[in-house]
Design a binder for this molecule. Sequence first.
Ligand code: BG6
Length: 285
Amino acid sequence: MRQKYLKTEMIEGQVLYSIEHPKFKAKISQHGGQLVSFMDTSSKQDWLWLSRKASLFGDRAIRGGAPICWPWFGPSSNSQLPQHGYARLLSWDLISCESDENQMMIRLSCKLDEAAIDLSHLSLVVEYILSDEITINLHTENQTDKTIQISQAIHTYFNIENISNTEVSGLGGLPFLDQLTNSKSEGERDLVIDQEVDRIYETNNAIIELNSPNGIFEISGSHFDSVVVWNPWQDKAKLMSDFDDMGYQQMICVEMANTQGLTIYPKKDFTLSQRIKRKVGSRQY
Ligand code: BG6
């Protein structure tokens, strides 16, 4: 597919789509079909965090960028199956790419026939609409005559430069499940992260502001039932072979998700979206 702003690169034997557009630069990996880098022309740093130890070989999920968790989020009830499903482990096909001077729309479809389990009853397409902001639309189609349940997340790793100077707002007062203690609690107005955090907030309309030294990111979306906030902190980061030891200081995941069991009716489709805008500046500390 010839496209003025898009080039294909090979990194560690894997295809990476590299985009240089008047409004932004981005990279999308064919493995996992995921955005791994994005900067609008006014930013000095990547919006997305990518672990220095991330493997791009296609042998495992890429640690960073915006992995896609699908058709389940978290561990499977079958312990033989991978955490967060198959989408981030599979190769994707580029199916279309359209652009003008203002934006670019890129669509990839997941090669579900390469999964170790039968997913032929579903189809999965991701659509990136990139300009001076990011929209990620994840389309699932139920191709059968039966009702299907899935869970999913757009697991975006934000590059925030310094977690000690970062606040997450927009989740105050919302109930959340603390995955570390398996207990329920209520979100604080401005969340400051100074230890491991792994929370699933119950909300279908939150607009989150991530106020960081790397700018203020406004994170919104549609058709989600929860927002996940995750930082492994020091000890858990060390246990992950693909997570650079000090990387937890520079990242936070804020994920638009459906974690409660999403029903997709026969022959219907469903689109989960995450939208990210960056405002210049950051709160002064
Ligand atoms: C988050 C989960 O979404 O992803 C965490 O809430 C999990 O529980 C984290 O640890 C990372 O998962 P993985 O499989 O990429 O190491």
